[in-house]
Design a protein around this ligand. Structure first.
Ligand SMILES: O=C(O)CCC(=O)C(=O)O
Ligand SMILES: [Fe+2]
Length: 321
């Protein structure tokens, strides 16, 4: 028997701590994302390019931000390592702290996913807003009483990185959706891959893709709503903010409301920066109460934009009828 061929990986440009430290001293921009720098004396972790100048003896290196966070390090306020986005979408999604997201969705009905799109990707999606060929339809919100602003649904297939995000977020969220269904006393399985789920939507007459880009100018807003497009509803959806609050626009907070039986409505403002995503319940989610499980009904919307332009990307996992 011959030996299995050795898999040759591209040489790691930062194979050891000496190479990593040299990259830090050189503020090597190519090292961003390859490793992270934990500084014992300050308790923060940094990008290799951070302007801070720690001593070598106080520094350790980790491959993933999660490792730094698990070891108790906080993201540096200067170089903002938590905002670094690069590499394949699959790595970004694998980098999300899914245990925290699941807990957030279970307890609050929403959870931040952190930055999933880079500044350049946000800009590229915004710049293509008027490229008609990308979209299947345009909706002027005031015409339907939806608010003030407009949105466009992407034609099939949605451009990258949207298609990748939709396909790869889906299995993570489907696992949570199955637990919700079970807790609500109506267990159901979701197909493991999103294309199979889309076929299940199509079988119910829901064939039109739902990823969309929204645009709001001054006075723009989105009234509280639920994105239901037919009988088939995937219970969790995602929004990615594409504009930078405080710079590109003012106001325009993303808000969620929750209605529980015999209670007043609760409202939550979700803090988002450019490129950051939030996952939230589309309509109902189970909550454990003193007298068993009941349903909390969620809605989402956007408060008035007071200046500038706000763009957002919506990823809904069921298709529309
Ligand atoms: O503009 C927003 O942040 C909200 C978008 C939205 O309602 C959606 O994607 O379903
Ligand atoms: Fe929506």
């Amino acid at each position: 028997m011959t030996a299995a061929p050795v898999l040759r990986l591209a040489a790691d440009p930062y194979p050891d701590d000496d190479a990593r430290w040299a990259a830090c001293l050189a503020r090597d921009a190519r090292a961003e994302g390859a490793f992270w720098v934990c500084v014992a004396t300050t308790g923060v972790y940094c990008r290799p390019t951070c302007a801070g100048r720690p001593l070598r003896k106080n520094v350790t290196f980790v491959r993933a931000r999660r490792e730094a966070e698990r070891a108790g390090y906080r993201p540096c306020k200067r170089c903002r390592p938590e905002r670094h986005v690069a590499g394949p979408v699959s790595h970004r999604i694998a980098d999300v702290d899914w245990a925290r997201v699941e807990a957030g969705l279970d307890v609050e009905g929403w959870a931040g996913l952190g930055a999933l799109l880079s500044k350049a990707e946000c800009r590229m999606l915004i710049e293509a807003y008027d490229d008609e060929a990308r979209y299947r339809s345009r909706v002027v919100m005031a015409r339907h009483g939806f608010g003030r602003g407009e949105y466009r649904y992407y034609a099939d297939p949605a451009p990258e990185p949207i298609a990748g995000l939709r396909a790869q977020l889906y299995p993570r969220l489907a696992a949570i959706a199955e637990k919700w269904a079970e807790a609500a006393g109506a267990p159901r399985r979701y197909p493991r891959d999103h294309e199979a789920y889309r076929r299940a939507c199509a079988a119910k007459g829901q064939t039109r893709p739902t990823p969309l880009i929204l645009k709001y100018g001054p006075g723009g807003h989105n009234r509280l709503h639920q994105d239901l497009y037919g009988e088939e509803v995937f219970p969790i959806q995602v929004v990615v903010l594409l504009s930078e609050p405080g710079r590109d626009f003012e106001g325009g907070a993303f808000v969620l409301t929750e209605q529980r039986p015999r209670m007043q409505t609760r409202v939550e403002v979700v803090p988002l920066r450019r490129g950051e995503a939030v996952a939230f319940a589309v309509n109902d989610r189970p909550v454990a109460g003193k007298r068993g499980v009941h349903r909390a009904r969620m809605r989402h919307g956007v408060a008035s934009v007071t200046a500038g332009a706000r763009y957002a990307l919506g990823i809904i996992f069921h298709d529309a009828g």
